[in-house]
Design a protein around this ligand. Sequence first.
Ligand code: NAG
Ligand code: NAG
Ligand code: NAG
Length: 180
Amino acid sequence: MGKQFLVLLLFSVATLASGDDIAMKTWFKKTDLSKQKVTQLQLYVQDILQGPTPTNVVVASANSTATSPTSFGLVVVLDDPVRIGPDPNSKTVGRFQGFYTFSSLEEQSIHLSFDFVFTTGKLNGSTLTLVGNNRFLREHREVPIVGGSGVFRLARGFAGVRTVSFTEFIFEYNLTILHY
Ligand SMILES: *[C@@H]1O[C@H](CO)[C@@H](O)[C@H](O)[C@H]1NC(C)=O
Ligand SMILES: *[C@@H]1O[C@H](CO)[C@@H](O)[C@H](O)[C@H]1NC(C)=O
Ligand SMILES: *[C@@H]1O[C@H](CO)[C@@H](O)[C@H](O)[C@H]1NC(C)=O
């Protein structure tokens, strides 16, 4: 029984390792589980609410949302640019994709599920997943990093979040990531 399980396990590892995605294969080989790394990134995202291509769109609400002081029940999908600086002309390194729900009856607060999807350099193709609560009117917020892919396989960590501009909806994310 034990032997059979081991054979099965080895077989699945071999199958994964021989996948036809070359980048994936490299990452798989590079995942050294004996060495945990810490990576810190400072990134900026921008919600674009107006204009011909808004990056945040409302997809659902309850009847009571319109009269709720906290927009309770509003669901928004986003695909924001990710930049290396707070200036909208800074280099773009990826997209910030997912959705958020206004989830508090009592204060301005969202539950979010977001992925940093990197599109340049060594991180191209890698992702980081953030899930959690964000009381967005507070000066400093903290959101858990619950996973990742590619370079960030098996990631966990936390993101410090701050609003840089209330008029242009630019947000700072200081990410601390444990990964292999
Ligand atoms: C929401 O409003 C619509 C349109 O006024 C109505 O038809 C519907 O029954 C309402 N739904 C609830 C759950 O109150
Ligand atoms: C990122 O990876 C994709 C898919 O492999 C590739 O098409 C694209 O050119 C890469 N972008 C950069 C900036 O390296
Ligand atoms: C991010 O880190 C910088 C220092 O490098 C600090 O000034 C800033 O307040 C931090 N922001 C957040 C949101 O934690």
